[in-house]
Design a protein around this ligand. Sequence first.
Ligand SMILES: Cc1ncc(COP(=O)(O)O)c(C=O)c1O
Length: 447
Amino acid sequence: MPSRFIEIKTPIPGPRSRAMCVREQQLLAPGIQSISQLSGIAIARGKGAVLEDIDGNRFLDFFAAMGVVSLGHGDRVLAQALSEQAELTSATSFTSAARLRLCEQLADLTERAGFATLRRTQLYSSGAEAVESAIRLARAHTKKFEVLSFWGGFHGKTAGVAGLCGSNFKIGLGPQLPGLHLAPYADCGRCPLGKEIKTCGLACVDFAEEVIAHQTTGQVTAIVVEPIQGTAGNIVPPKGWLRAIGELAHRHGALLIVDEMITGFGRTGTMFAAQGEVVPDILTFGKGVANGYPVSGLITRDDIVADAEPWSRPSFSSSSFGGSPLAAAAASAVVAEIVARKLDEHAASLERTLLDGLHRLAEKYSFVAQVRGRGLLAGFDLEKQGALAQRQACEKLFFACLRRGLLLLAYTPRVRIQPPLCISEAELCEGLLLLDEALDEVAGEFA
Ligand SMILES: Cc1ncc(COP(=O)(O)O)c(C=O)c1O
């Protein structure tokens, strides 16, 4: 049956994409996202969950620019908010109607999420910048300096946060900031401690306490944690784990920084992934909050910022672009739209379709394992002989998807699915169908 959403007219990449990428590669420094580099397509436009390249091929987007595209591609609301605000004023740190509106919206959302104490926002442009600022704020408030984060975690690539990452992003970069410590995440499908979730009694929380006891100098200012680990493979910890990590932080006089960069603003079926589990001391956000305009930030309590010298001094927690009228107008419009269109509830309503579809694939293909997810943030593992498959085999799956018009983060064995929140059930089902075909094509690679 011909697709209503996808149209593939040329070999992928098409001739125009190929030519444009070759020209750009001579000038652009290396190191851009793997998916862009591997696919070799040049994008012309998009609408909703569909992206069109300059050869006229239309792809279904199952990765949403790493979770940034919440409302969808080519969104009118964002375009209009940006153009209207740009005509008025784009940059100033003076109070603006847009920044006030955004702060009020965020305080309203945190209150509705059960985080009524989180009312004080500071705004930035990138996720790493927001997490760095959260750590500076924790240090300023607690007057302590060490930070605990988690294996597999990702919080950005700048020098201040690279050491918090429990993955290879810091390899080869020499010593990281002192005072950063890591403990195993609750990756229960592949428990780093070799335990079983039914009987472990959250042994990894006890292990984290041991890390604090044996590796730190007793000066832990914060525990930084993703409520679901995105970059690691959309790893969902068990119920109660995040709460236990919050209690651990507080037992040691540390703040709990919950990094909701990927999970925030409806992606997991609720406005924030931590709600119902724990109230963060500082919540960091970015990505989907402005649908592609670079906006990030942190939101915290009155008492924390009231006693946060020197972070709280004039000019000490600000940045050139953070909370500019343009950035605030973009985020305010996007947040209003996420709320008005109930995209959090939409994500929740599609969770069953997505997870049932993935479970069916896991039944059909023995090398598809560990299906997991919440809302429109899901994942599964590609295995070969019981272990995670090699990247080469996974790339074959990525290309098999790409040729069919499905953009999927399948080039590593921990496959991530995170389409724009506006995706329809029909689009989601079509993507799952294409994934089925692609898995069938490459099954031999995983035997
Ligand atoms: C949980 C989390 N924190 C922080 C970041 C860093 O964000 P940015 O790339 O905007 O610096 C990311 C990026 O993927 C992320 O997933």
